[in-house]
Design a protein around this ligand. Structure first.
Ligand SMILES: Cc1cc2nc3c(=O)[nH]c(=O)nc-3n(C[C@H](O)[C@H](O)[C@H](O)COP(=O)(O)O)c2cc1C
Length: 529
């Protein structure tokens, strides 16, 4: 083993250690390059980073029966994914907004020292140092003091914006993989394009095993993976409203503009496309090489749902799904690729009867102890479920994406009309902004949840703004680090699937909460560990 990088102490980290602020930090950064990847020795644990051999199965083990679905923002954070992976199933971190998640966690002072331990293992200490210098607040910011936001992501991000996303992806996967040899995946939404290459690259450096992408047609992801594992530059074609067919707007990302020196080629993770129709699965399987398999998600699943086919009909304000929305599983089976079923599949009977490689489960994991959801909100949902239930409304308006979005109806959150009305519209995270072509041919950015006059000034239609919720700020608040505005935190926005009604079945007798291991034991019909 030859030490090639990180032999110089990372000054800021070292200084912190010397002050004894974080017990987990050692004085010297020790990341070593092996024939195949990186080994980071933090003293307490040894994690293999970006190492093909770090994948538990080496390609041969059977596929997981249970995929813990990716849940943004940071609901499926590294703690949850790690807990699931340690049980031999597939733990998936959400890849959404990991840059802002890292920036805010660092501003909270990283009280457990986990982030600093992971950052210390980032392959390029100078990058790690810059991210810390910009975002870390020793001891944490004052309660009620607003977080400092990095500039919103654009099609031409600055180097520091890209660095934050790379390190954000790295840290989340590194921590999810730490201390065991189970498999870990990362989830992205096709609707959010601009941070994806950099975040994905960070995840690859940390040895991510699966990449799952939904909410759109993820045709470009396999190519991205092929290039990024070889540290080659990528140009992602952006979806731009009002652009002409021959026009191409792209976001460029070059790993070698981030790392001083490229590590060896990384192992390519498996790519699973999340689909809601057999037509899309067939088209992806035929026309997009590099798709390993599918998650087939139905409209009762938490988070965003695919819109119903055909023209939109509402009943009680919610989209009506009909026979045309039922997925023809025979067509998917005929593709010969593994697939998992999602959307109210979290029972042992449905797992057995699925006739698939397994199931993907979100809601049951979203409210378990290791979930990133704010513990007070989590406990409230569980209590309300036990006391009669929580209503879940499939809101066709809420999400700026235009996709129906499941919203748990909880007083004091954005689902509460009074809370929604009292919130001043603003757009300062911007992940769901739509890119559009301005008359002069340049790119513009707009979000139907931003102030109406701004949206309309940018050519948006006023009728598209009604009922839109700031999903970005709402979801970040749901995991406990919402922005503070005049000493008030942003209201939370809780999403859950229809399956939330069944959470009670997961609760061990005499307890008021349950763990990820309890969910898995229940699903596999075996005694809890
Ligand atoms: C809180 C929450 C957040 C979610 N966020 C995402 C997401 O960011 N990306 C995604 O592809 N799916 C997301 N989902 C869907 C899950 O990954 C999963 O497919 C779905 O929850 C499965 O159905 P179930 O809710 O009935 O278990 C989310 C689900 C929940 C409950």
């Amino acid at each position: 083993m030859t030490a090639v990088m990180g032999q110089q102490p990372v000054s800021r980290l070292q200084a912190l250690t010397q002050r004894g602020r974080a017990a987990c930090l050692l004085v010297t950064l020790a990341s070593y390059r092996t024939r195949t990847g990186w080994i980071c020795d933090s003293g307490a644990t040894v994690a293999v980073v970006g190492d093909p051999e770090s994948r538990a199965d080496d390609g041969a083990a059977p596929e997981p029966e249970i995929i813990q679905g990716g849940m943004g923002v940071a609901v499926s954070g590294w703690r949850l994914a790690r807990a699931v992976s340690k049980q031999g199933q597939l733990g998936v971190v959400s890849g959404t907004a990991l840059d802002i998640v890292l920036a805010r966690r660092l501003q909270l002072g990283d009280p457990t020292g986990d982030l600093l331990r992971a950052i210390r293992c980032f392959p390029d200490p100078a990058v790690a140092e810059r991210v810390l210098a910009s975002h870390f607040v020793p001891g944490g910011k004052r309660h009620g003091q607003p977080f400092v936001n990095p500039p919103m992501f654009t099609a031409t991000p600055t180097r520091s914006r890209h660095e934050l996303a790379v390190v954000g992806g790295f840290v989340e996967v590194f921590l999810a993989k730490e201390g065991h040899r189970g498999r870990v995946g990362i989830n992205f939404l096709e609707k959010i394009q601009m941070p994806t290459p950099a975040t994905l690259y960070g995840a690859l450096l940390a040895g991510v095993d699966y990449v799952l992408v939904g909410a759109g047609i993820p045709r470009d992801i396999p190519n991205l993976l092929d290039s990024l594992v070889q540290h080659q530059p990528v140009a992602l074609a952006l979806h731009v409203t009002d652009s002409a067919a021959e026009e191409r707007f792209e976001l460029r990302f070059d790993p070698l503009e981030i790392l001083a020196k490229a590590p060896p080629t990384l192992r390519r993770p498996r790519f699973l496309a999340i689909v809601a129709s057999a037509t899309l699965a067939v088209s992806l399987a035929r026309r997009t090489p590099g798709v390993f398999g599918f998650v087939v998600e139905g409209p009762t699943a938490g988070g965003h749902n695919a819109p119903p086919r055909g023209s939109l009909t509402l009943a009680n304000g919610q989209p009506v799904y009909g026979p045309r929305d039922e997925v023809d599983l025979e067509k998917i089976r005929a593709l010969g690729l593994p697939f998992w079923l999602a959307g109210s599949y979290a029972t042992p009977e449905r797992l057995r009867l699925a006739g698939a490689a397994g199931i993907q489960v979100g809601t049951a994991f979203a409210f378990c102890e290791e979930s990133g959801l704010d513990p007070a909100l989590r406990a409230r949902v569980i209590t309300e479920v036990r006391n009669g239930g929580v209503e879940v409304f499939t809101d066709p308006q809420a999400s700026p994406t235009g996709f129906p979005f499941k919203v748990a109806q909880l007083g004091g959150t954005l689902s509460d009309a009074a809370v929604y009305d009292a919130r001043e519209r603003r757009c300062d995270l911007g992940y769901l902004r739509e890119l559009y072509r301005r008359a002069d041919g340049t790119l513009g950015y707009r979000c139907p949840a931003e102030p109406v006059e701004d949206y309309v000034r940018k050519g948006g239609r006023v009728e598209d703004t009604g009922g839109r919720k700031c999903v970005c700020n709402g979801l970040v608040a749901t995991v406990g680090f919402g922005q503070w505005r005049n000493m008030w935190p942003e209201p939370a926005l809780v999403t859950a699937g229809d399956d939330v009604a069944g959470l009670g079945r997961l609760m061990p007798v005499g307890r008021s909460s349950y763990s990820a291991a309890d969910v898995i034991a229940y699903l596999l019909d075996r005694p809890a560990a």
